[in-house]
Design a protein around this ligand. Structure first.
Ligand code: CMP
Length: 140
């Protein structure tokens, strides 16, 4: 069993897509083990995306991610990291496959509705960024 950090980005929250996005993950058999709605400060967004700090889109991405509330959650399942990334689709909605969350809902590469940890190393950093151990509750 594996855990991954998923965020519904400000464009998803703003367009009332929280329930729809969570439903898609649940229908694929992933389970919610933690969930919260928060508004990141610019500093928190920079800390969360620190691996991208040298990228040209870093300022814009962190401005955007601190522009409105996000929903952070931990999902659990077999190969959760890989499966969540498949269900989300490619970063750029123009390249995302039919039926993926980003194909269905993303506006562009930045306002792409969802984030999911890209590796076990990322998940190990991103889960504690939002949640303490006592907030992580498996269903069974
Ligand atoms: P995410 O999965 O949250 O991880 C890093 C984010 O950077 C990514 O989704 C995109 O929203 C954003 N991103 C990646 N590449 C670009 C780009 N070329 N222009 C703007 N934003 C980008």
């Amino acid at each position: 069993m594996e855990r991954t950090l998923v965020m519904i980005k400000p464009d998803g929250v703003q367009r009332n897509l929280i329930g729809k996005v969570i439903s898609i993950f649940e229908e694929k058999g992933l389970r919610v083990v933690a969930l919260k709605k928060v508004k990141l400060s610019k500093e928190q967004a920079k800390q969360f995306y620190v691996v991208h700090k040298e990228r040209p889109f870093f300022e814009s991405l962190t401005d955007y991610m601190s522009s409105g509330p996000v929903v952070a959650m931990v999902l659990e399942g077999e190969q959760a990291i890989k499966r969540v990334r498949e269900i989300m689709g490619a970063t750029d909605p123009k390249e995302a496959q039919e039926g993926t969350i980003r194909k269905l809902f993303a506006i562009d590469k930045e306002k792409n509705t969802v984030h999911g940890s890209d590796s076990p190393e990322s998940a190990a950093k991103e889960i504690p960024f939002f949640f303490s151990e006592y907030e992580l509750l498996s269903a069974e």
